[in-house]
Design a protein around this ligand. Sequence first.
Ligand SMILES: NC(=O)C1=CN([C@@H]2O[C@H](COP(=O)(O)OP(=O)(O)OC[C@H]3O[C@@H](n4cnc5c(N)ncnc54)[C@H](O)[C@@H]3O)[C@@H](O)[C@H]2O)C=CC1
Ligand SMILES: O=C(CO)COP(=O)(O)O
Length: 353
Amino acid sequence: MPERSLDAGSAVPGSARPAVRTVTVLGAGSWGTTFAKILADAGRDVTMWARRPEVAAEIAGQHTNSAYLPGATLPDNLTATSDAAAALDGPDAVVLAVPSQSLRDNLGRWRELLPADTILVSLAKGVELGTLKRMSQVVGEIAGVADDSVVVVAGPNLAKEIAAGQPAAGVFACGDHERAVAVQEAAFTSYFRPYTNNDVVGSELAGACKNVVALSCGIAAGLGFGANTVATLITRGLAETARLGVKLGADPMTFAGLAGVGDMVATCASPLSRNRTFGERIGRGETIEQAQEAVGGQVAEGVMSCRSIRDLAHGAGVDMPITDAMYRVCHEGSDPVTVGAELLGREQKPERM
Ligand SMILES: NC(=O)C1=CN([C@@H]2O[C@H](COP(=O)(O)OP(=O)(O)OC[C@H]3O[C@@H](n4cnc5c(N)ncnc54)[C@H](O)[C@@H]3O)[C@@H](O)[C@H]2O)C=CC1
Ligand SMILES: O=C(CO)COP(=O)(O)O
């Protein structure tokens, strides 16, 4: 039984708030499946699209997704298909749950199928290579909607913990407050508490940048360093993230919130994070290919985002030394020990500038 009645999604009488009763989630990886579970537990009728028919059949038939969320049982009001047209037959909201670098291609295939006026929700945490666009900008371009009408999901949301029912909060950012609130209502359960904000730029950049910082924390752990090193990287990583965000129009307070410090701490500290795990393997001396294997074919977004965020920062004239260092390790074959020593030995300066 869903936790909440469908009445929770009704439009507020006399308001412009859209009702979200039916939702389609495009992408059946760990976060897509977990977010679908949240929506279904909150009483929404949810359909997932999975690339592989066998994954869709397992979700629909056995209410599990053993490849991505072993051990989790999915609610009865969550079904799945690998037919995108069937999945997109009239939902009130569509959740985009594929990795950042594949969003443009995937959305291009779905564009003609998207119902008019559906609320588009983006889960991906990354910056597109080449175009250097945030995910809501990619969605805006491909779907032909205003970038800031997209609801962006951010915050400390390690999928496996939430799928196990552990308490967590998230933040839904959108330029249109009514849309953010509509999705907030649709995803409110006893274990997941969504907040809203209107800082799409800051929320998206925070989500993308923390994956890169998590790589550095993983490397530090893999090299055998302790809590001081990790805390230093988290704090200075947040400083460079906020520097970029503010330059690009973000509200500085966003970086003190769930999308900022919240997600930074969760991802940089948890062995469940794919980005941290990837970094840890590199720190232990493994190759990029071995580290990729360690995350089991799932996406460690920071590996690509360190390149795009570095390019974005260069274009904006913003100094991001940790991101630069991760780029050199992941894409130029630099030795993590040397890169770490160079980070420590940079010119001295005040903490805030
Ligand atoms: N897993 C987590 O705890 C969280 C993930 N995110 C973000 O959500 C986004 C999706 O993440 P996950 O669901 O965890 O990813 P995942 O790697 O677990 O699954 C990706 C899904 O997208 C599908 N897909 C479609 N086209 C693809 C392509 N060209 N390449 C690769 N996969 C493709 C895959 O089949 C799979 O179903 C990422 O941007 C991630 O950073 C955000 C918060 C939490
Ligand atoms: O975004 C996440 C937690 O909020 C998940 O992080 P990873 O992609 O590193 O697993």
